[in-house]
Design a binder for this molecule. Sequence first.
Ligand SMILES: Cc1cc2nc3c(=O)[nH]c(=O)nc-3n(C[C@H](O)[C@H](O)[C@H](O)COP(=O)(O)OP(=O)(O)OC[C@H]3O[C@@H](n4cnc5c(N)ncnc54)[C@H](O)[C@@H]3O)c2cc1C
Ligand code: FES
Length: 277
Amino acid sequence: MKLSAYRIAANKLRTTPILSIEAESSTVKTFTFRDQRCARAEPGQFLMLWIPSVDEIPLSILHAEENGMVSVAVQEVGEATSALHNKTIGELIGIRGPFGNSFTPKNGRILMVSGGTGVVPTLFLAERLASKTAKLVFAIGAKRKEELLFMNRIKRTLGGEETQVIATTEDGSYGIKGLVTKPLQKLLEREKFDMIYTCGPEQMMRKVFDLAEKCEVALEASLERLMRCAIGLCGSCVVGRFRVCKDGPVFTAKQLRQVKAEFGVSKRDFSGRKIPL
Ligand SMILES: Cc1cc2nc3c(=O)[nH]c(=O)nc-3n(C[C@H](O)[C@H](O)[C@H](O)COP(=O)(O)OP(=O)(O)OC[C@H]3O[C@@H](n4cnc5c(N)ncnc54)[C@H](O)[C@@H]3O)c2cc1C
Ligand code: FES
């Protein structure tokens, strides 16, 4: 496979110090650093963050500014993310990227649906689109109130008249009790949307996809798979005929129809074996 000059440059590892660390919940922290390449990223793109002597992990870009500042929000789930959470301001990390495609920006009536850290790319997109859309509804779900990430920032972003935030928690500690997909059926029956953007647990996105298909609304979903190379070489991120790192991570409904047997159903483990989600 021939790599373009852009890809070769993006793939070069850059070391940079962590400039700030913010706790968003008991398990999620936002890390900000300077990286001129990732500062030009579009919502939906991801980077590879190297934690020296530990591992390198894929992370969606939360925020990117022209002045070079870039942020990611990271949930502590295992060895690499714990090591990153233990880092302090000034310590060095490595960055490759930005990688992958991005959401296609639309200005009409928009619905965004996020769960867990899936809010990272949709919030980045909402911040870029909010002032341009005819209507923007942001649906966000979590197990409990404490895990609803960036609520103040989402409310600030969606300050206009034609905007709405719908929050759900599984234990009912905030917003509507239940899964984030619960209020969507009625919403989609009642209102016409031009585009749904979604990111979160894949079973949630599959439900959103099925609803979008039923209501004939265009959709883009950002998928997560195990990633190693991030440039389409190793094959660890395959879903059907697609490599999520290179063909995605954002997929259209048309592409998702081609991988319906796997989307929301199974993924590959570190040995390449297909396992249930
Ligand atoms: C495109 C993309 C964007 C992502 N964005 C975010 C984000 O914004 N915030 C966030 O907190 N997490 C994000 N993730 C998930 C994050 O990469 C994993 O949580 C992280 O790699 C886990 O590493 P670990 O060593 O701490 O955990 P491990 O102990 O290795 O594994 C814990 C869990 O993370 C999954 N995982 C492990 N390694 C990878 C890998 N290389 N690629 C994908 N999943 C992996 C495993 O399936 C397992 O379920 C994203 C993943 C992808 C593919
Ligand atoms: S991570 Fe290697 S092909 Fe996608």
